[in-house]
Design a protein around this ligand. Sequence first.
Ligand SMILES: *Cc1c(COP(=O)(O)O)cnc(C)c1O
Length: 392
Amino acid sequence: MFTNPYAWIEESLTTIHRADWYRSVQTIHGLPGATVLLEGREVINFASNDYLGLAGDERLIAAAKMAIQELGTGSTGSRLLSGHRELHRDLERAIASLKQTEDAVVFSSGYLANLGTITALVGKRDFILSDLYNHSSLKNGAILSGATTIEYPHCDIEALRIKLSQQRQNYRRCLIITDSVFSMDGDLCPLPALLEIAEEFSCMLLIDEAHATGVLGNTGAGCVEHFGCTGRQLIQIGTLSKALGSLGGYVAGSKTLIDFLRNRAPTWIYTTALSGADTAAALTAIKIVQQEPQRRAKLWQNIAQLKQVMQQQLPKLKLLPSESPILCFQLPSAADALTVGQQLKHAGIFAPAIRPPTVSTSRIRISLMATHEPTHIKKLVEALSSISTQSN
Ligand SMILES: *Cc1c(COP(=O)(O)O)cnc(C)c1O
């Protein structure tokens, strides 16, 4: 007698509910922006990765429409078969110019860029060192590659050094992988120290600039530029879907690296090319990033403003260290985070509760945009104050 082989799924869901880990979608209507319609009600949007407010920008929309008219909707095949267009190459050149690297290659998402790159670079005989707080795409890329993977404590260079001195010699190649802006915390990786240690132990270094591109650095090139490390040998991954307001991912680096990935990254070779609309929108976004530094300046003004007001008026909130538009405050439990998230929503503020298993400690995650107005930030602080007085 066998039991129903699918019965465990419902039991598993029950466990997820019991732990307050259950996830569900919330419907947004209309254009993305600093305010959005959430389930029929206007709320101030602190939940978006659209840092520069480009996802609803009329220039990106116009570029995407024109590309659809000229190239159609689907790209019909992988880049190596029927899918490659001049527009893809234009976008790759623009990314390489923004990043000041020899070349770049675009993938259909940032997640796929990480999976494909890590699996192409290392295998069974190799070693990966991965920051404990890395994004899921880096962690799963490491698993998929088959390399021996060790997680080092978050941003802990000394721990990394100890692991390398003990184990580096047992492996052929070694790859260190890290977020540059940590997506659920908002702090930065110690890039100069990582580059130094990578050199010392002959390791490749891969950094994921998903939340940094368009946001950090003088020209918006990211964390690499922010730390003055432009031109150093490393592998930069990123997404077109955050500050660039489109969809897709990329890898930027040396000509040899990019040429190699076009031959070996399975998530590039065996998947359909980016659509014309996404490609054109991202290309327009990069031009805007380069031509309108005032957007980035406005974003950083908003960050400074919110941090200052929160420290003055809400000193009891446990703000996590951040050097990015991502600001989180910690809460004791997943249930507390959910309650505060709900209370904020009732007050017209959209800021998500982030819970395990995404992170180890529950929190509310606030992300700022260049298009937030002072009144938006004021209302956020008011809502947070009234919630923290209620719970005391
Ligand atoms: C969002 C994100 C990705 C995935 O990018 P997509 O283009 O959305 O697939 C990868 N890495 C990090 C750090 C991210 O935050």
